[in-house]
Design a protein around this ligand. Sequence first.
Ligand SMILES: [Zn+2]
Length: 106
Amino acid sequence: MKIPKTKKTFCRHCKTQTLHTVALAKKRERGTLKKGSIARLSKRGSAKKGFGNHGKYSRKALSGWKRMGAKSSKKSDFRLKCSICNKTQVKSSKGRTKKLSIEDKN
Ligand SMILES: [Zn+2]
């Protein structure tokens, strides 16, 4: 999918539609010791709690019974920078894409 380098969109600091430059935002990995990820793990049942082996050895390999890597496309985040006040905002893409390139509008 091709995306233009500049986009006219609403800036909440200028409170009008202004021209923004578009760039890809870097994806950051979530820390494993963060509160949210520990809560998520315990909800999924894979946090280190209780005793026993949690059925690890009575099951086949994880790829055999769990859908892993099913999706080949990814959602991406865009970093929009206002040309007037130079403030940035991050917006996520609406759809999934396999390939993504930011190009000049012609
Ligand atoms: Zn602005």
